[in-house]
Design a binder for this molecule. Structure first.
Ligand SMILES: [Zn+2]
Length: 402
């Protein structure tokens, strides 16, 4: 006896060990204990279930995965967006204490309850309007111990509500806080010695990320952090080559990273390093769209060297205040030239790889977690083609309709 049966489903998925997509028309999906236990191209077996739904030939896709976000933050920067359009410069904004400094202040000052409330609204937008069932979220707007704990506790609490899986990434190495101005080496010591052990003790961290850039942290500082994180068996990720080429991909030969993220300035050597070490590329077309003046990442080289391409909203209050993964799928096609299938794979199977979760999510396969989204469309290409036209008919998380 199944818990749930979905009849007459058109199914699109990219499977773990197969680079091609697979489509089942008029299929049948059986779910038991939150896991896919039956996947059939015909509907004649007549198994029994506690609940059965006739999908009526709508499309079922794997729940989408937003694999790079900063959606837990205080305040927003709409006023700065407005000032820039009215002629202010980024220097003017910086002088008034704006930009990331503003978000750090707002995130430090907001109460836990209020941060939870506004973050839940953003998460609901991901889930119910975009069909996202797993979200990675990075800390890094507190920078001090208490605020980093507050941000990651919000992430943990949202995950415990069970309508989306939340992957918690510690991004202490986001920017040097005012307390350590001109002393970023001491700040790295602080996060290695004081913050990281506490977050591990409180079980608030799944992965560690760093922003390697000339305006943030250099390669040797990032390496020190990765070395410390390895002691706790945490996954490693890195914001890399967004504004310049830092050569941080050299670290891939010595540290097991899941992903490099941004990659506008990645070169052939970086891509070879990624390919050799099985590292996914997370591209963030929202930041390219808002910042306008950055480069396009070398998509052709990722394809040539078979580096898995994932895409994500970024969802931060500065360079990509986008909460719609569907819009990002359109941007990836229009701005970066991804095909429709590349774009869908980039938010399912490849996003799962970028989080190290491709054994459990990212595809519709037997024994995988039943994270499924039903879309009232005739052709999956519609999801990339239109902007703002669709929201899911039904979202199923671990076999439960939410
Ligand atoms: Zn980011």
């Amino acid at each position: 006896m199944f818990d749930l049966l979905l009849h007459n489903a058109n199914i699109l998925t990219f499977n773990k060990d197969n680079s091609d997509f697979s489509i089942i028309n008029n299929g049948l999906i059986g779910i038991k204990n939150g896991v896919i236990k039956l996947l059939s191209s015909d509907d004649i077996k007549n198994p029994t279930a506690k609940q059965e739904i006739d999908i009526k030939n709508k499309w079922v896709l794997p729940g989408f995965i937003d694999c790079h976000t900063h959606f837990i933050y205080g305040g927003n920067r709409a006023h700065e967006f407005q000032q820039i359009l009215e002629g202010a410069t980024y220097q003017d904004i910086a002088k008034q204490g704006g930009g990331i400094k503003y978000t750090v202040e707002q995130t430090r000052n907001i109460s836990y309850e209020e941060l939870l409330r506004i973050s839940k609204k953003r998460l609901n937008n991901f889930v119910y309007n975009n069909g996202v069932t797993t979200v990675e979220v990075k800390s890094g707007y507190g920078l001090d111990l208490d605020t980093e704990i507050k941000m990651l506790k919000v992430a943990k609490s949202l995950g415990e509500e069970k309508y989306a899986d939340i992957i918690k990434t510690y991004l202490g190495a986001h920017v040097t806080p005012k307390e350590y101005l001109n002393n970023s080496d001491n700040y790295i010591d602080f996060i290695i010695d004081k913050v990281l052990p506490k977050l591990v003790e409180l079980k608030l961290v799944d992965a560690v990320d760093a922003f390697c850039e000339n305006i943030a942290f250099n390669k040797s500082q990032v390496e020190r952090l990765f070395k410390a994180a390895c002691k706790y068996n945490l996954n490693l990720k890195c914001h890399a080559e967004q504004l310049t080429n830092t050569g941080v991909s050299d670290l891939l030969n010595n540290y097991k990273l899941l992903s490099l993220e941004h990659l506008e300035y990645a070169d052939l050597k970086d891509i070879k390093n990624m390919a050799q070490n099985n590292v996914a590329a997370i591209l963030l077309p929202g930041a390219y769209y808002y910042l306008k003046e950055t480069k396009k990442p070398p998509v052709d080289l990722f394809r040539e060297y078979n580096v898995p391409i994932a895409i994500a909203t970024d969802c931060n209050p500065g360079s990509s205040p986008c909460e719609s993964l569907l819009t990002i799928m359109n941007m990836a096609c229009v701005l970066y030239g991804l095909t429709v299938f590349e774009s869908i794979k980039a938010v399912t199977m490849n996003a799962a790889k970028a989080l190290g979760l491709d054994d459990t999510i990212g595809s519709i396969e037997l024994d995988k977690q039943a994270d499924l989204v039903i879309w009232d469309i005739n052709n999956p290409a519609e999801l990339c083609y239109k902007i703002g036209a669709y929201r899911p008919d039904l979202v199923i998380k671990k076999g439960v309709i939410i």
